[in-house]
Design a protein around this ligand. Structure first.
Ligand code: IMP
Length: 432
């Protein structure tokens, strides 16, 4: 038995969806524990592409139970659309395959409006959010004025809560953000309709998962976004509003830390970031554009072009420490196929001083210059390689260097979007 957490080790978009999809084979339950539809996982099975924002990607495997833990924030409209699309493609034949915790907080129309209007008014100081209402929903959760799914499915409770909350939201929307107020009747009608569809998926993540652990099953915890976007440990304020590091899995699903066996951090062989905030190894040149084009670095959720840069070991070491990573999954190694030389940032220089530890202060980080080690590229196509030993020597040397500078062993390497374009070096479920 093994319970494994998967986290993004960078700023999100590391290719977690694919790795989760592969590891799902060994798991009985797959759990999302934070974030919402700001995430976007693109999965390729055969030639069919499926993009999921909320539902764990394990849903593409028959017989695997997918759970949305209490730490998630859920937009019912998006969720229902995902269910409908999955069913259309022949997935989710059995509704008991999917469970949503009743304590999940509901993203309301005012959360989306506030998110977008605030960003628009912030000008140069904007965060670059996905505009999905994630931050405002978590604010209400912590502020104890959120609406949970358990409230939504009780018509009187939902109506009472909405009546209490909406005047304050409308006041803020109108008077401060200059937006139109929202209609209580329209929200009531729309969301009551959603409640009827959602009711059958309601359950208790903590109970189900602890029973599963008791029964000796394997659980896969699927993180969203990345460690450097964590609300506490990320590049605040340019972060998302949830605990994206491994610890978030315990609070976001109601499972004790002693039941976690392995934590795998997903990292690209280079770095990308969407939204604002410091990014020391960013390449604003031809090489950056090359990585963007070859890696198809455009957001799965918003379509925004991603910022690109060289692998940053200083930032990665931060993720190794805050998550307690036991292994790394390196994705998109094939994107570097055509490069003559590849750079790895091993330290920063801050006003002439060498910095080896990721700075907490974003203003300091913004002024850090990368110190690079340069390696020879392998200049050959890796997309057909299926085993570690088949990799060209220079590619193996690059991977070895990544292990050395991050202090973390590699568990998996991915050389293309398809399931079969993957090499498992060490299976965290222990069944290689
Ligand atoms: P929010 O999560 O929409 O509030 O956005 C906050 C920051 O997190 C922004 O920089 C977003 O671009 C970033 N972000 C949120 N979700 C993702 C993701 O799934 N991948 C990459 N970046 C994300």
């Amino acid at each position: 038995m093994a319970n494994v957490i998967i986290v993004g080790a960078q700023w999100g978009d590391e290719g977690k969806g694919k790795v989760v999809d592969i590891y799902t084979e060994y798991a009985n339950d797959v759990v999302r524990y934070q974030g919402g539809n700001n995430a976007g996982h693109t999965l390729v099975v055969g030639d069919e592409k499926t993009v999921l924002h909320l539902i764990p990607s394990g849903i593409l495997h028959e017989g695997k139970r997918c759970i949305i833990g209490n730490g998630v924030v859920l937009d019912p409209e998006v969720f229902i659309r995902e269910i409908t699309n999955l069913k259309k493609k022949g997935y989710l034949k059995d509704d008991s395959q999917l469970v949503i915790d009743g304590n999940v907080h509901v993203i309301m129309p005012y959360h989306r409006e506030i998110d977008k209007a605030r960003e628009a008014r912030s000008g140069a100081r904007k965060i670059g959010t996905t505009g999905r209402g994630i931050g405002p929903t978590y604010e209400d959760k912590i502020g104890r004025r959120g609406i949970r799914l358990n409230d939504l499915v009780k018509p009187q409770v939902f109506a009472r809560k909405l009546k209490e909350i909406l005047p304050e939201k409308n006041f803020y929307l109108e008077k401060f953000l200059g937006q139109n107020p929202l209609s209580e009747e329209a929200i009531l009608e729309e969301y009551s309709g959603y409640a009827q569809v959602l009711e059958k998926y309601l359950g208790r993540a903590s109970l189900i998962l602890n029973e599963s652990i008791e029964a000796g099953h394997n659980i896969l915890f699927e993180g969203a976004q990345g460690s450097l976007l964590d609300i506490d440990h990320g590049t605040y304020p340019y972060v998302t509003s949830s605990s994206t590091i491994a610890g978030g899995a315990c609070t976001g699903a109601g499972v004790g830390p002693r039941f976690i066996d392995e934590v795998i951090g997903i990292s690209k062989a280079y770095v990308t970031r969407v939204g604002e905030g410091p990014f020391p190894t960013e390449l604003n040149d031809e090489m950056g554009e090359k990585l963007r084009q070859i890696g198809q670095e455009f957001g799965a959720t918003t379509g925004r072009p991603r910022r690109t840069g060289w692998f940053d070991a200083v930032a990665l070491r931060e993720a190794v420490r805050t998550n307690g990573l036991t292994g790394l999954a390196i994705t998109k190694l094939d994107v570097l196929n055509e490069l003559d030389t590849i750079k790895i940032c091993t330290a920063y220089s801050y006003h002439g001083d060498m910095v080896e530890t990721f700075p907490q202060d974003p203003d300091i980080l913004a002024e850090c210059k990368p110190v690079y080690e340069e390696m020879e590229g392998w200049n050959s196509d890796l997309s057909g390689v299926r085993s570690y030993d088949e990799l060209p020597e220079k590619a193996r040397l690059y991977l070895k260097k990544l292990e050395e500078v991050t202090g973390c062993p590699i568990a998996l390497v991915s050389v293309g979007p398809r399931r079969d374009q993957t090499m498992q070096v060490k299976n965290p479920f222990g069944s290689n």
